[in-house]
Each structure stands twice: as structure tokens, then as C-alpha cells.
Design a protein around this ligand. Sequence first.
Ligand code: PEP
Ligand code: MG
Length: 576
Amino acid sequence: MSEGKEIRMKGLGVSQGVAIGRAIVNVHAQKQENAMSLRTPAEEEARFLEALKNSKAQLEDLRQRLNQEGKVKEAAIFEAHSLFLDDPEVLGPIKKAIAKGYSAEGALNNVMNRCLAVFEKLGTPAAERQAADVRDITARILNNLGGGPAEVTVKGGIVVARELAPSQTADLEKQEVAALVTEYGGATSHTALMVQAMGLPAVLGVANLLTHIEDGDQMIVDGTKGEIIVDPAPETLLFYGEILAEQRKERTELKALRGVKAKTMDDKPVTLLGNIAIPEETKRHIDYGAEGIGLYRTEFLFMGKRELPSEEEQYEAYAKAVLAAEGRPVVIRTLDLGGDKFALSFGKIRESNPFLGWRAIRISLDRPELFRTQLRAIIRAANLGDVRVMFPMVATVEEFRHAKSLFLEAKRELEERGESVKEYIPCGMMVEIPAAAVMADHFARQVDFFSIGTNDLVQYTMAADRGNAKVAKLYDALHPSVLRLIAMTVAAAHNGERKIEVCCCGAAAGKPESGLLYLGLGVDSLSMPAEAQSVLKRALLKTKLSDCQTAGRKILEARDFDTYKELRAEWLARFK
Ligand code: PEP
Ligand code: MG
């Protein structure tokens, strides 16, 4: 495409690492089928039902494989696809169109296009993700109707696509793909979550990507910087070749840090904890050296299912995590649905601002039955180890009090049932709404611990959607406003009448440049994915805690933005 002149393009570096390879362009063109059929409606319906059955079987295989690999978030996506295929509101109109003489393909495209139009009109990142799911499901059924491969068939190379559907992304791991680049997709899109779990370098949201790349072009993907280079110059290739060699060396080095206890260069121990979504992940964290689970995201038990999980089902899951932690603390966060996380059992929730809407503790307080069921399961699991309960998205002291009263009610219910109940189970809250950070001194009088959720705290402080590529520049976990809120939370926790601990469990906790600065601001522990622990440990071993504290203090004291920027650059230079 380019005539020997390298082209550099920026996007969102959603999964770190570098790759060099040839472009495999997948424009995802779908074969247009004749809308009306020459077959009888009965024949068309039989074809459609057969394709539906095969699609569901494939989705079930995918779901099982991902679950076995511990990739529960990804598995939940395909479970949701499968349930979508059972939805009478989708199947009914398709069958009706077939009865009117449409081909199975024509009927499917008709109905799915109507669904897409609804999502596209909404235009929110959550709706974009749902639209991507609908396109993925449609491609799969069309394939099963004989409309060409739904999978990206590539061995090696760099997959370049307008947008990659979750099921296609899942297959990248099986094939030896070096990296992924797409034109659409945000930092918390399903595709982003999946490539991160695979450790596959990826840059998403590269504007006008496909106008600059052709199949077979040589390219470099820098997932760390969020940059791609097409037709690189020889010196660029040399430069990245060295980075690639370093990357291999680094992966070996990080492996050696698994299981090692975290401490700083000046010998100060640091508490690293793990974030989990399913109980099976606990062991992996312990093997990496985590001192417990700092965040158990329980909503994954509710996602992709039509029925709400029973108390027993929840108890079993929580008990599994607690037992696997072998006496180490496990912080179980109550349901955090809403925003971009949905449960089919809740039906369709339409809101124009879902991240500012009916989410997390707001849902739990409005649905006390559901909340107490979850709390009973958690309280029972507390008999097996060191369990702590955490409420998400608390904005007001009244909400915390209300949640605590329902917790005490759930305890009483269990006692009335004759079950033994632990006398003291700590009840903490996430600090992820600026209002909570600003009022942290009020909260600290009644809350047993804080856990700062930077994923949301940054989005609400900067008014920048955590999944929207267009505002990613504003979404800054080191912005002084965010750092001030963290410092306020720590001060309220440590200086109040009751000294309480502060953890940080957002994604920024697992990145050296932010995690270490938060430690410097006084955060007591950091909770993160297993792989991030090794990266953090390596950075800790090269840094004194006193340097983190000095950097934190100086940045907070910066009197103007330019001084802040200088100090920030100085701090970041340590992690180059
Ligand atoms: C956060 O907001 O930082 C957090 C840990 O919660 P979640 O990512 O589940 O919203
Ligand atoms: Mg959050």
C-alpha cells in the first residue's frame, strides 16, 4: 500500500506488548443473500432451525472451553449470545418473515438489522458492544446456513479488522496470531478484556485503519504505546526487533517473580492482593504470592443467566474462594450490575446514562430480597475463613447505613434459621464516586475499610467514560484531581478516631507508575490481576517507599499545573 514510507497511526493500547508481522486484513464482509426464497417456508424454517442448533452447539463448546481455562468473563459473553438465540422476541419475527416467503438469511438479516438500528441510535459504548454481539451472532448463523466462514482463519500474522467479534477474538489464541488491531473498540470492550487475558498485544480504535493497510503489509504493533506502524523503515524494524528480544527476556524474568513476597528496595513489605471474578481464580493468585483476595466481583455469577442464582448456589461459589484462600482475607463485593454489566434475569433496562443510573448498591437497596439473599450466602461463607463484605458505588452515608442494616437483617434471618453466624464480619465500601472520597471522613466513622476503585473514580472525576476511545486522553489515573481524592480518602481513614485500612483495587493499582504513587500517598494495599503482581513486584524491588512518598507529597503540593506536569514527568521517567 505505502511506497516504502512508514505510516504511524495511534489508537488505544488495550493490551501491552510489541509484535512484528504481516497484516491479515479481515474486513468482515458479509455475503448478501437473496431476501426471498425459492424454497417452501417449511424448508426454510427447517434450514434456519438446523443452523440455530449448530450455532448454539458451537457457542456451548466455546463457553465450556473458556470456563475450563478460567476465562469466566469471556465465557459469560457466549452464554449471553446463546440466550439471545432463545429469545422469542428475536426468533418470533424471524420465523414470521420466513412464513411470508423470506429466505432464512433474508429473514435473519432483516430482524438483526432492526436490532442493530436500535443500538446504533443509542450510540453509547454499551450499545456499541451489544451491536458488536448482534453482528457476531448474525455472522455465526449465516455461516451455519452456508454463508462462508464465521471464524478468522489465520495462522500467525497481525489481524487487522474494522471490529472483531468476541467469538472471533476467542479463536485468535488457538491460532498463532501475533497481535490484533481494530478500527473500533474501547478500552473495556469485550474484545479488549479478552486480548488482555490472552496477553496478546493489541491496539483498538485506530481511526481510518483500513484505508491505510492492505493484506500482507508488514507492520509493527506497539500495544504498550497504542501505536501501529505500517511498512516500517529498516531502522524502525531494527529498533522494534530489539524491543521484541527484550520482551522475551522480560517474560522469563517475570515468571521468576511468581510466588515471591512483595517488598520495596528499602525492605518495606507491600501487601498485594488479587482481583477475581470466579472462585477458581483464587489459587492462581495465591500461587503468584497474593496475600488474599482484595476484590471478588460477584456480578459474574449473575451475568448471562436468565435465573437469579439461589442462596445455595452463591454460597457454594463464595465458599470455594474462601477455602482456596486458606485463611487469607477474601473481600466479597456485593452485586455491581448496571453500567456496562447486565444480567438477563433483570430484563431490559433502558437508560440514557447507564453509568449514572441504576447500578450496583442502588439496585441492591431497591431489591432488598435479592440483596439479603446474597448477604446470607456471604455471611455463611464467612464461617469458613476471613471474609469481608464490600458495597460498591456508595455515594451517600445513608446508602451505607441502609446496606449495613440489610446486612444485619440477613444475619438475623440466619440466626432465626438456627445457623451459626460469625459475630464480626467487617463491612467496607468501594470509594469510586468522588462524593464518597470528598466525604470520606464521615464514612470512616462507620465503615470498616475502604477500597478505592480507580476505574470508576477516574471516569466520574473526569466525566470521561471508561470505555470510550474518544475521551481516553481525559481518562487519567494520575490526574491531580484523582490523586487528591485518593489522598483525602487515605487521610480520613488513617487520621479518624477509628483507624481503617485503604486498599486500591482498580486497574491502575496494578500498574507500577500509578500503583507505586498510590502507595506513596498512603494506600495500605493494592489488589490486581495475577500477572500484574509480578510486574509490580519488579518495580517495587527497584524503588524505595520513601521515594514514592516524596513523589506523592510533592505532586500534591504542586502549586500550579506546570509544576505538576514536571513532577509527573520526573516520576514517570523511573518506569521507562
Ligand atoms: C473500579 O471501579 O475501579 C472497580 C474495581 O470496580 P469495577 O471495575 O468492577 O467497576
Ligand atoms: Mg467500579
